[in-house]
Design a protein around this ligand. Structure first.
Ligand code: TRP
Length: 348
């Protein structure tokens, strides 16, 4: 962690004021190992010491999927099942659904008035995404403005800490600009600025070692992957293309099998000795892959089983989301009231 917030699994006393955290995921597909090392594991720890809300961002998911809304609606419960399966506990973490919190949409409207189109077009993450998604001249308005909606998500909970990947830093910068503008208009501190909490785990590469991990590219291992899918993914994993014969010395750097062993294997001493052997020559890719395969099967099978159990009772998953959303609704309405007040619009 790069910020001062300490994590521990010890609950702190209820009299201490807990730091407020908000994170979220676009519900556009099931979550994968990249999410696990980059954020889910951290959330499981943070929930004991922080006031944590996790938002299933269905509306943000629609900003580039309006022609295929099922991609979002069909994945909402998958994402919730992923959360529960890794140990996010709805008694400790508020799990809520963006579309069910009207204050978020309303705040977005108010904030839109203090953000210029030029500022939105300068957001580097949005800029890159616009290019990679090939919108051409038909950028959906909702897509261009999603940083404003994300500012609404964050401020509506008065979150001061937002655990995200570094691609999200421009969103937090824009959020804080909006916070300062609204506070300026108000002449007092209505909203609080937030800080990023960057995970110290480096971004997990895709299994092909080439691209960003994505469900659509088939280069990610989902948390719910079957044994067969795990085996298949490990088998086709990118290693050292110059390591042609077992007796040749192999390269560790850029070898995805070792990157994953570093990230997941519980016995790092073993990983160190495998690396030594591999670099010296005499250790084949088939053998290193066997070790990784066993490690991932071990780690993912309890997660997969819990996930399947949760998905077998959709009613309970919906109830979790409904309870969390009801709690969040009340909380976010208060912030909406304060912001509306800044504009003098609480007439009745
Ligand atoms: N933009 C985030 C992503 O693509 C998801 C998200 C939506 C989010 N609202 C948020 C993250 C609020 C942090 C805080 O992963």
């Amino acid at each position: 962690m790069t910020t001062a917030h300490k994590t521990s699994t010890q609950p702190i006393s209820h009299t201490a004021v807990k730091t407020t955290i908000l994170t979220g995921d676009r519900a556009t597909g099931p979550l994968h190992l990249g999410h696990y090392v980059g954020s889910l594991k951290q959330r499981v720890e943070l929930q004991y010491t922080h006031d944590q809300t996790v938002l299933v961002a269905d509306m943000q998911g629609l900003t580039d999927n309006a022609n295929d809304p099922k991609k979002v609606s069909a994945n909402i419960l998958n994402v919730v099942a992923d959360y529960l399966a890794v140990g996010i506990d709805p008694e400790l973490t508020t799990i809520c659904l963006q579309s069910q919190l009207p204050a978020l949409a309303e705040l977005t409207m108010y904030y839109s008035n203090v953000v210029s189109v030029a500022r939105l077009e300068r957001n580097p993450t949005v800029k890159t995404e616009i290019q990679s998604k090939g919108f051409g001249r038909s950028i959906p308005t909702g897509f261009l403005t999603y940083p404003i909606s994300q500012a609404a998500d964050i401020t509506a909970f008065r979150a001061t800490c937002v655990p995200v990947g570094d691609d999200q830093l421009p969103m937090l910068e824009q959020t804080n600009e909006i916070v300062r503008k609204i506070n300026n208009l108000a002449g007092k501190e209505i909203l609080v600025e937030c800080e990023a909490m960057l995970s110290n785990a480096s971004r997990l590469p895709s299994t092909d070692g080439k691209n960003k991990m994505s469900k659509s590219m088939g280069n990610a291992i989902n948390l719910g992957a079957s044994e067969k899918e795990i085996r298949q993914a490990v088998k086709s994993m990118y290693t050292d293309p110059n390591h042609l014969r077992i007796e040749d010395p192999g390269q560790i750097e850029g070898n995805i099998v070792f990157t994953y062993l570093d990230a997941f294997h519980p016995d790092q001493a073993l990983v160190a000795s495998l690396k030594e052997h591999y670099q010296a020559g005499g250790l084949g890719d088939g053998q290193t892959k066997k070790v990784l395969e066993a490690c991932l099967l071990d780690m993912l099978s309890p997660i997969r089983q819990r996930r399947e159990r949760y998905l077998a009772d959709k009613g309970e998953l919906i109830a979790v989301l409904r309870r969390g959303s009801e709690k969040a609704r009340e909380r976010t309405q208060k912030v909406l009231f304060d912001v509306r007040d800044v504009f003098g619009l609480n007439l009745f």
